[in-house]
Design a protein around this ligand. Structure first.
Ligand code: 13P
Ligand code: SF4
Length: 351
């Protein structure tokens, strides 16, 4: 049972003490989240992994996050993902074969190697971060995309942004890039389904990828809610679509959403467009300050892969560590590690 797992997790944590740190992403369910030593968004957790002294980093998040932890931590440190099936469907939308083919196609029209900087959202596999490292590119997160794009435009005139078209568009638009200068590259079609002129004129080429959880939020939900409660403040994750982000008062990472609502004036009403577990916890946390937090979608929008991590898997990996056995280690191969690290360090050096 979950109760028995709680006790076993606590007992294992006490035995492992500072040899082990448990990192918990904000989308983790409560039964897991409460065991995390550190919680945060992707950037905060990756930076923590990079500076941690722990021998074992148990990452309660999804696969790409554990890969980043393995890339940035020291070689002798071990990163563990409690359930190996905890992936990210958006990250899976850009695979190395498609991205390399697309890059070659771009090179047949423009000089991509000289004109285009590849940028990958941190929600991507290690081999794509390595692709960016090899092509003088960079990684970004939802909390630093603007600064990363500024860095890119200082070097080259165009950006290939993957895998999330929404984060790319929302960030580019807020930096003043007109929508006409952003085109969507459909990797299922030759030449991304674009004409030569569209590619030549584009400042940003956005990979056709998305987060299915954040596509549940629609601007009509904002309109309907505001009819009943006009004073509502709207806050959205930048993986939500353009219309939702344009109507939002604040757009930012999971960490930024939490900070903004926590620090807001009492007796305010918030409509939030991000994953349900985060919103439910925030609602409980701030209700004592008279703040009303509402989930934007009328239907459940939960990240099913984040949900895979449960107390049973967490207890299992920790008890194995107590016995001296490592299970579910995430290890990126050396070639990809070196190049992905270069792209990640390009990002980290900006802050
Ligand atoms: P954050 O970096 O904002 O936590 O986002 C990660 C994520 O997967 C959002 O869907
Ligand atoms: Fe991936 Fe979306 Fe889940 Fe975030 S919420 S981990 S982007 S599937």
């Amino acid at each position: 049972s979950d109760e028995e797992c709680d006790q076993r997790i606590q007992a294992a944590k006490e035995k492992l003490a500072e040899r082990c740190v448990i990192l918990g992403h904000h989308y983790q369910r409560n039964e897991v989240f409460k065991h995390a030593d550190v919680s945060g968004d992707s950037l905060k957790l990756s930076s923590y992994a990079a500076n941690s002294e722990a021998e074992y980093i148990v990452f309660c998040g999804v696969h790409f996050m554990a890969e980043v932890s393995d890339i940035l931590s020291r070689p002798e440190q071990i990163t563990i993902l409690p359930d190996l099936a905890a992936g990210c469907s958006m990250a899976d939308m850009a695979n190395r074969v498609n991205v390399e083919r697309s890059w070659n196609e771009l090179n047949s029209i423009i000089n991509a190697d000289e004109q285009v900087t590849p940028v990958t959202y941190i929600n991507s596999a290690a081999d794509l971060k390595a692709f960016c490292g090899r092509h003088d590119g960079i990684v970004c997160t939802s909390s630093n995309a603007k600064q990363v794009l500024d860095w890119c435009f200082e070097k080259r005139e165009k950006i290939l942004f993957f895998p999330d078209e929404h984060l790319g568009r929302n960030t580019g638009y807020r930096m003043g890039i007109p929508l006409e200068e952003m085109v969507v590259w459909d990797f299922n079609q030759p030449m991304g389904g674009l004409t030569k002129e569209q590619i030549q004129n584009a400042k940003m080429i956005l990979w056709k990828g998305f987060c299915s959880v954040h596509q549940m939020f629609q601007s009509k939900q904002i309109d309907d809610f505001k009819k009943k409660h006009p004073e509502t403040i709207i806050i959205a994750h930048p993986e939500a679509n353009f219309e939702v982000c344009e109507q939002a008062d604040y757009v930012g990472s999971t960490e930024m959403i939490l900070k903004t609502v926590r620090e807001a004036k009492p007796n305010t009403r918030w409509l939030v467009a991000t994953e349900l577990n985060l919103v439910n916890r925030l609602k409980e946390e701030v209700k004592g300050q008279g703040k009303q937090v509402h989930f934007m979608s009328p239907t459940v929008a939960m990240c099913s892969t984040m949900f895979r991590t449960d107390p049973q898997h967490l207890a299992w990996v920790l008890e194995n560590l107590v016995e001296g056995t490592v299970v579910n280690q995430i290890q990126v191969n050396d070639d990809d590690k070196q190049m992905a690290k270069k792209a990640l360090e390009n990002m980290l050096s900006l802050f």
